[in-house]
Design a protein around this ligand. Structure first.
Ligand SMILES: Nc1ccn([C@@H]2O[C@H](COP(=O)(O)O)[C@@H](O)[C@H]2O)c(=O)n1
Ligand SMILES: C[C@@]1(CO)OP(=O)(O)OP(=O)(O)OC[C@H]1O
Length: 170
């Protein structure tokens, strides 16, 4: 890689939090996880995919998820957030950006995610169109502190690296 290649790299950061309530499925990384409670939201409330979507949009300078998929638009009621992330990646491709890798953290006091992590990891790679070694998901409790520690919500954070394609080195 020369200096001009590095100038094509773009980093993006994303964050999301959704409340845990009874009567909703828990969906993280596009995978339904057995749980007494699920995340509340206009869509399927997949906080991890929302954080990644925001990170992708941030890297491309394209705003945030709510600007592209409004939470007052009926067409996104109950939406599959995997489709929202894929639509976002398509918009970014049109703007000349390609995803290189994703790292993320889910702050989830309960349930434990370890048993579901292989499926979440596989599905995230599939949604992103990346090899599995280019995506990563980490899980943390909040050590029982605050609203996350009381399992009233689940938070997600994400960082992505993207490259601007079709840009001449000149
Ligand atoms: N919902 C969760 C949270 C954590 N894990 C796993 O446990 C490890 C230790 O978590 P701490 O918050 O106590 O540091 C963590 O590294 C994860 O592997 C989990 O599976 N599900
Ligand atoms: C995904 C969208 C759109 O359905 O709604 P929510 O599921 O409520 O999620 P949020 O992260 O609050 O905001 C992004 C939204 O516009």
């Amino acid at each position: 890689m020369n200096l001009n290649d590095f100038r094509k790299l773009r980093v993006g950061q994303g964050y999301d939090v959704h409340q845990l309530v009874t009567g909703r499925p828990l969906v993280l990384a596009g995978v339904q996880i057995p749980s007494e409670k699920g995340l509340l939201g206009h869509s399927d409330a997949d906080a991890l995919l929302h954080a990644i979507t925001d990170a992708v949009l941030g890297a491309c300078g394209l705003g945030d998820i709510g600007r592209h998929f409004s939470d007052t638009d009926a067409q996104y009621a109950g939406a599959d957030s995997a489709l929202l992330l894929q639509a976002t990646l398509e918009k970014c491709a049109v703007a000349g950006f390609e995803l290189i890798n994703v790292d993320s953290t889910v702050i989830c006091q309960s349930p434990k995610l370890a048993a579901h992590m292989p499926a979440m990891h596989r599905r995230l790679a599939e949604i992103c169109g990346l090899p599995t070694d280019s995506v990563n998901i980490k899980a943390k409790t909040n050590e029982k502190l605050g609203y996350l520690g009381r399992a009233e919500a689940i938070e997600a954070q994400a960082v992505v690296l993207m490259i601007q394609t079709g840009v001449s080195d000149a």
